[in-house]
Design a protein around this ligand. Structure first.
Ligand code: SF4
Length: 226
C-alpha cells in the first residue's frame, strides 16, 4: 500500500473541522472502560440518537460491572428494548459481566489480549475501550472510517470486506497516530455522519475536498447537493 503524502494534511483539516462541529454524546464524557463498553454494545446496528435516549438511564441503573452481573435480565431488557436486538445485547452484556467478575474480579482489564478474551469483545470494541479509557492511539475501523479513507485516499482492498484487511487497520492506525489523539476517531465518525455521508456526500462544503482522491475524479457539475 502506498504511503500517502496527504495523511498529515487530512488529519489537520479534519481536526480543525471537528473543533467546530463535534457531536456531544454522554459516552464521550467518560473514561470508565465499563461505560465505554456498554456504549459500544448499545451502539451496534442502531443510531447514536437512539442510544442517547437510554444510555444515561442504563449506566445510572447499572453503574458497575457487578451491578450488571447481578441485574435481572428483564430489568435490562426494559431499558434497551427500543434499540432492537435486545436479547442479543442483553446476552452479550451479561456474558461479558460474568467473565469479568470471574476472571478479573469485576475490574476491566487494560491489556488488549485480555480484552479480546471477553465474550463479545472484538478488535473494534477493545480499541474503543483502550482509546477512551487509557488514551491509546488505536483505530476504530468501522464502515464509516472505511468509507472516508477509501474516498480520500482511493484505497481499495483485495479482501471481501475492508474490515478484514490488515492494511486498512494499519492505515487507519497511522492516521490516529499522526493525529496524536484517540479522539481523532470521533472526528472521523462525525465527519462521516455529517459531511462524507454514504449517500450524497457534501463534497462542496467538505474541508478535505482539495486533497480528496474521490473528489478529484468526479464531474463537479453532476454533484447533487442535499
Ligand atoms: Fe468525502 Fe466528498 Fe469530502 Fe471527499 S470531498 S472526503 S468524498 S465529502
Amino acid at each position: 500500500m502506498k504511503n500517502y503524502a496527504n495523511k498529515k494534511i487530512f488529519v489537520e483539516k479534519l481536526l480543525t473541522w471537528w473543533k467546530k462541529h463535534k457531536r456531544n454524546f454522554p459516552w464521550r464524557e467518560t473514561n470508565d472502560p465499563y461505560k465505554i463498553f456498554v456504549a459500544e454494545v448499545l451502539l451496534k446496528k442502531t443510531t447514536s440518537s437512539q442510544v442517547k435516549q437510554i444510555y444515561s438511564q442504563f449506566v445510572e441503573t447499572f453503574p458497575t460491572v457487578k451491578d450488571l452481573y447481578t441485574a435481572d435480565k428483564e430489568k435490562i431488557i426494559k431499558i434497551i428494548r427500543p434499540l432492537g436486538m435486545y436479547k442479543q445485547r442483553t446476552g452479550q452484556l451479561k456474558s461479558a459481566a460474568e467473565y469479568i467478575i470471574k476472571n478479573f474480579s469485576g475490574k476491566f482489564p487494560t491489556e488488549k489480549q485480555e480484552l479480546l478474551e471477553i465474550p463479545g469483545i472484538g478488535e473494534y470494541t477493545a480499541n474503543a475501550i483502550l482509546s477512551f479509557s487509557a488514551g491509546s492511539l488505536e483505530p476504530l475501523l468501522d464502515r464509516n472510517f472505511i468509507r472516508v479513507i477509501e474516498r480520500v485516499f482511493c484505497l481499495k482492498t483485495t479482501k471481501k470486506r475492508a474490515k478484514e484487511d490488515k492494511n486498512f487497520w494499519k492505515f487507519a492506525k497511522s492516521l490516529v497516530e499522526q493525529s496524536g489523539t484517540p479522539y481523532f476517531n470521533y472526528a472521523v465518525l462525525d465527519f462521516a455522519a455529517i459531511i462524507c455521508k454514504a449517500k450524497n456526500p457534501k463534497c462542496q462544503i467538505c474541508p478535505a475536498k482539495e486533497i480528496c482522491c474521490y473528489y478529484s475524479t468526479i464531474d463537479k457539475n453532476k454533484i447533487v447537493y442535499k
